[in-house]
Design a protein around this ligand. Structure first.
Ligand SMILES: [Zn+2]
Length: 152
């Protein structure tokens, strides 16, 4: 389960990057940003993964999709870009959490969860991958791969 914990750490860093990006834009638009952390109840691993999958899928399919559409309607390219980056980068943890769930449910199956040496997070978009050598640049925001953080 150490790899699952590592995945949650990577996803948390990606969410912080999204939060920082959105906060910066809100401040540029004259808004105020107040951060109120919510308490988290950690349950059993499978339940944590189910909750994480549901959250990531909601963000991809509903939340960021509606934000991107609204930004397009308002012709706000800065907000559209930030929300598109968040939307695209959230697809990766959604996939990784689903794979982790399958791994936890079917003990013994080989997968990245036992093979990955960590997770790599883009500092620009929060894109997260288990692939050590995927591409020279982030597929979401074009950030150079050598700037990715490594989460172990
Ligand atoms: Zn990126």
């Amino acid at each position: 389960m150490a790899r699952v914990a590592c995945l949650f750490r990577g996803a948390a860093i990606a969410e912080q990057i999204h939060s920082d990006n959105h906060g910066r834009i809100l401040r540029q638009l004259g808004g105020e940003v107040e951060i109120t952390p919510h308490p988290v109840n950690s349950g059993i691993t499978l339940e944590n993964l189910r909750t994480a999958v549901a959250g990531e899928v909601f963000e991809v399919v509903i939340l960021y999709a509606s934000f991107v559409e609204l930004a397009r309607q308002r012709r706000d390219v800065v907000v559209e870009r930030a929300c598109t980056w968040a939307l695209e980068s959230e697809k990766a943890p959604a996939r990784l959490f689903k794979e982790a769930m399958a791994r936890v449910e079917s003990e013994g199956e080989e997968s990245w969860i036992s093979l990955a040496d960590g997770f790599y997070v883009c500092p620009g978009s929060g894109y997260t991958t288990e692939q050590q050598r995927e591409a020279d640049r982030c597929g979401v925001c074009d950030c150079p791969r050598n700037r990715f953080g490594i989460i172990r």
